[in-house]
Design a binder for this molecule. Structure first.
Ligand code: F6R
Length: 608
């Protein structure tokens, strides 16, 4: 939600800022803006809509200078408009600020400022920061910001510059990500590493509450009391290629096709000789002693992988496991104590609700683990251990490779912990390890063999208004995820349902124009799914079936058949979702939708 960048050095700042914002556009794309120190003051340029609108504005109204900050917005407070776009400027015109997050007490602060005679130009929560820091400014931006931070509540990554200290950017974070990029005679700032990769791979992930002061000569870090602290410089292994489309029309399609590699990477070094090795988590029977229950907390697609995770953990660890939408968990009264192991699942590692749910669990004594895709992000930093999905940067707003790698991570976790606790048999472990090793090849096959059938299906049904997705057990979450993919990028209403629940209501929707996608690979619920399909067909419904290669009954029943390779039942969600990702993709592209940046959404939800 919102991307921020900063640059100080010998280059033309706007070029660096636009390059950075392009890499961060997945975080928000309602409007964009830059503020550049021009030698005598600050030049601010803004445009509503995509980054290209800001580029156009800069082409006709350039802003020159070697220090600047830039922002791409996902609107929270105030509609997308020039006034609400960042950077915001203080009442005296000397200070400029960009922000990712929400200042929760902004109303109270705004009222105070209004009472003092400050006039507001926008509806945003951010503008209070501009005015407050300007009022505190007595020649030192660092000190002024530190004083104001004491009064801010909420989540923020902030970057500011001031005309009276035109050689520096001051930035801080709390609850929203911020990375410093280190260069030679130049320094950078961004919400996420891909924005920096064209210039540097040397980065420092700012810790919660740290403040950074960037000049072209160097970067200094401070705690909230302005005591100097040392940051940990790391050399990121992300490459620019990984953040490019590499010939694909969309990031989403590229990321779907990256799944064989992402799965192979996620498994690499973690399975060997028919066994799972989770050494990186430093877990053993002793450290798990006393764990009686597991709770999985996550949002969206990650939540659906958590639903599969629950089934896996209950089968192989044999501990009661609940899956919670993190936004619900926070405001319910779940029983949290030292007997609870909490597993957070997040692609970005920054989702505000998941992060906060984890904090609550930690405060109340639960043990914590995470499955996460982004190294250095907030969630891995606060949990006891992280199993990284090594999917590489996921830029398309619709999650694809993060999901399938999360599922593989859950298999590893369930079997690995199961072995430690003596609840998984060696035969099951060997069976699943062998199955995992087949997956990259099988997904590759799917990506070549299924495309024609899926494209045909997308063409046939792209104009319907509603879709039903049904599945059972391991593939009930596949139905939810398949439906989510379709609705988020094609804007067609789709519902994911447990197959057995159809007759308790939704069957009333079925008629000859209503397509049901039935996920029915072989396994213990296949026959029940076939019965559900019969029920739909008996009411003249149209059925697209996802079934295992060679299922003749499915071939006879289905109006459209999509086949997946034979695999272990527990791994079938990893294969079954792939054609459904493609179905959503081709439906959306045939409808002319903006697949990588669907309306109203953003990739990383750092607001509650
Ligand atoms: C859907 C999607 C979202 C995310 C959700 C959680 O395609 O991407 O539903 O899964 O916002 O995000 P993470 O996994 O980053 O916590």
């Amino acid at each position: 939600m919102c991307g921020i960048v900063g640059y100080v050095g010998p280059r033309e700042a706007t070029e660096v800022l636009i390059e950075g914002l392009r890499r961060l556009e997945y975080r928000g794309y309602d409007s964009a803006g830059v503020a550049v120190m021009n030698g005598s003051g600050i030049s601010v340029r803004k445009a509503v809509g995509r980054l290209s609108a800001l580029e156009k504005e800069l082409a006709s109204n350039a802003a020159h200078g070697g220090l600047g900050i830039g922002h791409t917005r996902w609107a929270t407070h105030g509609a997308p408009s020039i006034a609400n776009s960042h950077p915001h400027v203080s009442y005296d015109g000397k200070l400029s600020v960009i922000h990712n997050g929400i200042i929760e007490n902004y109303r109270e602060l705004k009222n105070e400022l209004i009472a003092q005679g400050v006039k507001f130009a926008s509806d945003t929560d951010t503008e209070v920061v501009a005015h407050m820091v300007a009022r505190e400014f007595k020649g030192d931006l660092l000190q002024a910001l530190a004083a104001v931070l004491k009064r801010l509540r909420g989540a923020y990554a902030l970057a500011l510059c001031h005309a009276e200290q035109p050689d520096r950017i001051v930035a801080t974070r709390r609850g929203s990500p911020l990375v410093v990029g280190l260069g030679d005679g130049e320094n950078f700032l961004a919400s996420d590493v891909p924005a920096l990769l064209k210039y540097t791979r040397r980065v420092i992930y700012l810790e919660e509450g740290q403040i950074a002061e960037l000049t072209s000569a160097g970067v200094e870090l401070f705690d909230r009391e302005l005591k100097p602290v040392t940051g940990k410089e790391v050399l990121t292994d992300l490459t620019l290629d990984a953040a490019e489309k590499e010939g694909y029309e969309h990031f989403m399609l590229k990321e779907i096709h990256e799944q064989p590699r992402a799965l192979a990477e996620t498994i690499r070094g973690r399975v060997e000789g028919g066994r799972v090795d989770l050494g990186e988590l430093n877990l053993d029977a002793e450290s798990l002693k006393g764990v009686r229950r597991i709770a999985i907390v996550a949002c969206g697609t990650s939540l659906y992988s958590g639903m599969v995770g629950k089934y896996l953990l209950e089968s192989f660890v044999k501990l009661p496991t609940e899956t919670w939408s993190a936004s619900e968990f926070r405001y319910a009264d779940p029983v949290i104590d030292a007997s609870l192991l909490v597993i957070a699942v997040s692609q970005s590692g920054e989702t505000a609700d998941t992060l906060e749910a984890l904090r609550i669990c930690k405060q109340q004594g639960a043990r914590t683990l995470a499955i996460c895709n982004v190294m250095g992000s907030s969630i891995p930093r606060i949990v006891g251990g992280t199993l990284y999905t090594r999917a590489g940067p996921e830029i398309g707003v619709a999650s694809t490779k993060a999901y399938t790698t999360q599922l593989a991570a859950f298999v590893l976790l369930a079997v690995g912990i199961g072995r430690m606790l003596g609840s998984t048999t060696q035969a099951d472990e060997a069976r699943l390890v062998a199955g995992l090793e087949q997956l990259p090849r099988q997904v590759n096959e799917l990506l070549t063999d299924d495309i024609v059938a899926v494209k045909r299906c997308a063409k046939r049904y792209k104009d319907v208004f509603n879709f039903m997705y049904i599945g059972r057990h391991y593939n009930y979450p596949t139905a939810m995820e398949g439906a989510l993919k379709l609705k988020e990028i094609s804007y067609i209403h789709a519902e994911g349902y447990a197959g057995g629940e159809m007759k308790h209501g939704p069957l009333a929707l079925v008629e000859d124009t209503f397509p049901t996608i039935a996920i029915a690979p072989h396994g213990r619920t296949r026959e029940k799914m076939v019965s559900n399909v019969q029920e739909v067909k008996a009411r003249k419904g149209v059925v697209v079936m996802v079934s295992t290669l060679g299922d003749e009954e499915a071939r006879e029943l289905a109006d459209y058949l999509i086949e997946i390779p034979k695999c272990e039942e527990e791994l079938s969600p990893i294969l079954a979702i792939v054609p459904l990702q493609l179905l959503a993709y081709y439906t959306a592209t045939q409808l002319g939708r903006d697949v990588d940046k669907p309306r109203n959404l953003a990739k990383s939800v750092t607001v509650e």
